[in-house]
Design a protein around this ligand. Sequence first.
Ligand SMILES: N[C@@H](CCC(=O)N[C@@H](CS)C(=O)NCC(=O)O)C(=O)O
Length: 232
Amino acid sequence: MLDTTSFPIMAKWPPQHPDRLQLYSFPTPNGVKASIMLEETGLPYEAHKVTLADADVKSPEFLSLNPNNKIPAIIDPNGPDGTPIGVFESGAILLYLAEKTGQFIGQSATDKHRITQWLMFQMGGLGPMLGQLGFFYKFAGSEIEDPRPRERYINEAKRLLNVLNQELEGQDWIAGDYSIADMAIAPWLRGLDFYGAREVVGWDDHANLTAYLDRFLDRPAVQKGLVTPARD
Ligand SMILES: N[C@@H](CCC(=O)N[C@@H](CS)C(=O)NCC(=O)O)C(=O)O
């Protein structure tokens, strides 16, 4: 049985079902990776809305689970050693859930390494670069007159899209069967629309990518994960 006092975050976001996996998130490209994976696996879970406002994501309660003040984070009351465990960083959460369930991580060790490599590509490349593109193209950074940061991230986004588009030639998913790598990558591709940046990165010129994103968005678990937890 989970001792809720051992996780201070539970004082601010109390669990209704302490026996279930607890998700602390918001439906952003990083947040939905975790909710989509939870929906795909069918694991019972409870979602708590942690907004990006300082009062939530920088609260002492949230920092007690993720000192890096970023969603998503989870607590699994049934951790691998028979004790509860907290996990933050979306890529680590995807790997954790894949290992816990044996799902979406391939069948063989070779599959697993291939999937992990594309997961790392997203975590270290696609996510941070598109995130900066969003900042310099749509948000506060778009007011900066110096064009160099904007151009740098536009060019890097184009380069990364080309890498993915080529890799997807002749295949439905990025690393063999549908996997956690797709759950990490596709939400960021969807985010380009939110940034109003599709045209500037030549999105429509990447036929493999546009079909890939449509394929991803067709999945019922993805549709549910994209709105979990609800924004309001
Ligand atoms: N590397 C982290 C990044 C997570 C991240 O950037 N989360 C954003 C929302 S997409 C956030 O919580 N921002 C709040 C803040 O920075 O204060 C991960 O993949 O989990």
